[in-house]
Design a protein around this ligand. Structure first.
Ligand SMILES: *Cc1c(COP(=O)(O)O)cnc(C)c1O
Length: 497
């Protein structure tokens, strides 16, 4: 399988090269040149595998320069039972009205980012080896909260790598911040940026494209790489869990083999839902992909307003901070994939985005996109109401991001009458967003953030995940705050790691 940039498909690279480098030199994102398909015997094999096996099989379809043994070995380590609390890696919990909650947060940092970021260090270090790279890979991460901690957990003390995480100083939950600033490891650095997630993401992109910075790092034996979902190695491991969920639903009788499902995903950077789209293109029987947004509803408008993407709008800080994004990077991959790999069109649209902050997709391309997708959004108050009713009526506790998806799904179902069983991506433990969840349930907040874990447990009888409870005993290690204009200077910190 070969990979090309969304902005120039003339130069083909291997999966290992795409993963080692993260982003293409022209600023585009690497994509496979075709979609591998799952044959009948693949489905048969998948049905009888555990999550590790399913992950390795699906990854093998894309990462053809890795052997089946290599991938099976990485999956065994990435999804080891002790990392996922001895539970199923990605269990499906059936609820009323066709809802099937795909719980993706049983990993070490309690958000779905673990599903990819426990795997990425294995893929990345192997990719460096396979491409003959001898420099130290410096992984730069812009985070709206969950990616940062998951990347730190995945990469800390991984040989041949250093990792630096940038988060918006007021844009993450207290628990997310605590998770990041207490991170252990000799090769890690955490920096707060004054601004929002888009500022952090743009600042990191500026480092990537600054020739002088790259040259200086090179002289010191370092190269830049990315653990954001712009890296194919971050996206590819996310495809497997939708396929795994389907296998589980066939086994439980929720759907017949070959029968269709919908998939509803709370969306920010468009990575998680793009993985579902790719699973569909591989043959997963999907009726609609439902894109759920919070008040930052730039994607809802894109899907509802005939393919007009316009980030020139107010930015809101919401109770689902990991979705507070106005530039959804992975939409670029969808445009490329859905348009039959029209790299010139993508390059042109991305130019418009960076110059005007908006673009308009041609009608015939938008028609192809909108056949697969539906979209909706909701406000914090509606998400809170959903958390409460889901708890009161079904005794199911969900976080603020997942609540947005549940709400949007319920609206979709009422609007369309579509009763297809629907996988809803449950993207974080409710204990990561304690304050908002406690408030939604009408509980009384404690002053400090660790105490909220006990409050939420007391309200619901649900136990807090062990990795969050353990934060009580950990001292903060990082307190640096910088202006976005200063970001280039922070690169010097890498040398000291
Ligand atoms: C990152 C994140 C999202 C958004 O996922 P994207 O891949 O950026 O669309 C949703 N929910 C939670 C809890 C997250 O951490």
């Amino acid at each position: 399988m070969e990979y090309v940039s969304t902005r120039d498909k003339s130069r083909k690279v291997s999966a290992a090269y795409a993963i080692a480098n993260g982003i293409a030199p022209d600023g585009g994102l690497y994509c496979p040149t075709s979609f591998p398909t799952l044959a009948a015997e693949d489905w048969h094999a998948l049905a009888n595998m555990d999550y590790k096996g399913r992950s390795a099989l699906v990854l093998g379809k894309f990462l053809t320069d890795f052997s089946a043994e290599e991938l099976a070995g990485y999956a065994a380590k990435a999804y080891a039972d002790d990392k996922f609390g001895g539970k199923d890696t990605a269990p499906v919990v059936p609820l009323a009205d066709g809802k099937h909650m795909l719980e993706l947060w049983h990993g070490p940092t309690c958000a779905f980012k673990d599903m990819a970021l426990q795997m990425l260090p294995h893929l990345l270090t192997a990719s460096l080896r396979k491409t003959g790279e001898t420099r130290t890979a410096c992984i730069l991460v812009a985070t709206s909260g969950d990616t940062g901690k998951a990347a730190l957990d995945g990469f800390h003390d991984v040989e041949g790598t250093k990792i630096m995480v940038y988060y918006p100083v007021d844009g993450v939950s207290p628990m997310q911040k605590l998770q990041m600033v207490t991170q252990k490891g000799e090769n890690v650095e955490v920096v707060a940026i004054r601004g929002n997630f888009d500022d952090a993401q743009s600042a990191v992109k500026r480092i990537f494209t600054d020739e002088a910075t790259r040259a200086a790092l090179d002289r010191d034996g370092m190269m830049l790489s990315s653990a954001n979902s712009i890296n194919w190695g971050r996206l590819a491991p996310q495809i497997a869990y939708y396929i795994s969920a389907y296998c589980d639903m066939v086994q439980s009788g929720a759907v017949k083999m070959g029968g269709k499902i919908n998939i509803c995903v709370p969306t920010g950077n468009f990575g998680n839902i793009l993985a579902a789209y790719i699973a569909k293109r591989m043959g997963l029987p999907v009726n609609k992909l439902i894109c759920a947004s919070n008040r930052n509803n730039v994607l809802t408008d894109f899907f509802k307003k005939n393919g007009t993407y316009d980030k020139n709008r107010d930015f809101y800080t919401t109770s689902s901070p990991s979705m507070d994004i106005l530039i959804s990077s992975n939409l670029e991959r969808l445009l490329f994939m859905a348009s039959g790999q029209d790299d010139r069109m993508v390059a042109e649209l991305m130019e418009r985005l960076s110059e005007d902050g908006s673009y308009q997709v041609a009608a015939e391309v938008f028609e192809k996109i909108s056949a697969d997708f539906d979209a909706g959004c909701c406000e914090d108050a509606q998400a809170a109401e959903t958390i409460r009713t889901l708890w009161e009526q079904e005794h199911y506790l969900c976080d603020t991001h997942t609540a947005v998806a549940v709400r949007v799904y319920e609206e979709y179902r009422a609007r369309t009458g579509d009763e297809t069983p629907t996988v809803i991506a449950s993207t974080a433990s409710p204990f990561k967003f304690c304050r908002a969840v406690i408030e939604a349930l009408g509980g009384t907040l404690e002053r400090d953030d660790i105490s909220q874990l006990a409050v939420l447990s007391g309200l619901t009888g649900v136990e807090a995940p062990a990795p969050l409870a353990a934060l009580a005993d950990q001292a903060p290690r990082f307190d640096r705050v910088v202006d976005k204009a200063e970001i280039l200077s922070t690169v010097a910190l890498l040398k000291g790691l």
